[in-house]
Write a protein that binds this ligand. Sequence first.
Ligand code: ATP
Length: 332
Amino acid sequence: MKLAVVEGDGIGKEVIPAAIEVMDALALPVEKVPVELGYGKWERTGSAITDDDLETLKECDCILFGAITTPPDPAYKSVLLTIRKELDMYANIRPIKPIDGIVGVTGRNDFNLVIVRENTEGMYSGIEEIHEDVAYTKRVITRKGSKRIAEYACKLAKSRQNRVEIVHKSNVLKSDRLFLDVCRQTASSHDVEYHDTLVDSMAYNLITHPNRYDVIVTTNLFGDILSDMAAALVGGLGLVPSANIGEKHAFFEPVHGSAPDIAGKGIANPIAAILSMKMMLEWFKLTDQAKLIQDAMEYAINQNWVTPDLGGKATTKEVGQVIAGRVKQLIG
Ligand code: ATP
């Protein structure tokens, strides 16, 4: 397996090495290809990502990605959006599942849902006009884009509880009528139970009744916001992994950003990055190895090897070392 490793900026440089240490404990035949991208590179070279970088990413089997700081330059083009579009990774998958030993803001642990977010269009179309007194961003919803994300959500639902919640704002946004119609038709043709909710109601329901949902499918911006909210259910941004999946490429990253406020202090929680690496193993159908990672992570948490965001005293490096050590022990 040829893996592009993008640490990026800020805490990405801390949590990705921890995730790699854990992966290395599995002793898999992985060729790691480091790729430098992001704000640091932009400051040094004037470019946050080059065509050559994109080629390297495309040549790898998949990408493990940390986080990138957005430079304060209006001309700057988002690295993440560029990668998602160039590699056509249309599905952003964020599993929201309680972790044994950690309590989220609501105190409940009776939920297990996945947010499936359309990743290439919607409000992040990149079609914008900026004038002095007015600015426009074009929200693009296509039948093709809606269909393929709906298909993804339905296939995922089939492997779970066979239920899809379609989240939209079609009472106000005409573009969402297309999204809603396509999702309904797709769910119906796949024989998947479906229901729909307005995004504002969903924001409320997600906190009050997270146990109602199995697979949530939604458009780009709504998915972005709801999944950060949902991270609070689990116990924080440092815990939630994600995958960006396309027909040919896949890219795994923690949901959190580069967290400049804690970067360099060695206290970032590496669990989201480690779980992202675990999602990568699952994508490669290495389910036994993925299970080992889960067990080793739960062991570290139960032994209170946790970072300050979870009330512990451990450093990022220590958490990585303990989990990697436990993986080696379990392998025997
Ligand atoms: P960016 O601009 O790159 O998105 P940000 O600071 O605006 O960075 P996040 O990095 O997503 O946004 O996180 C918001 C806050 O949550 C951080 O400032 C940090 O305090 C906390 N946080 C995020 N990730 C972690 C983590 N892995 N461990 C501990 N705290 C975290």
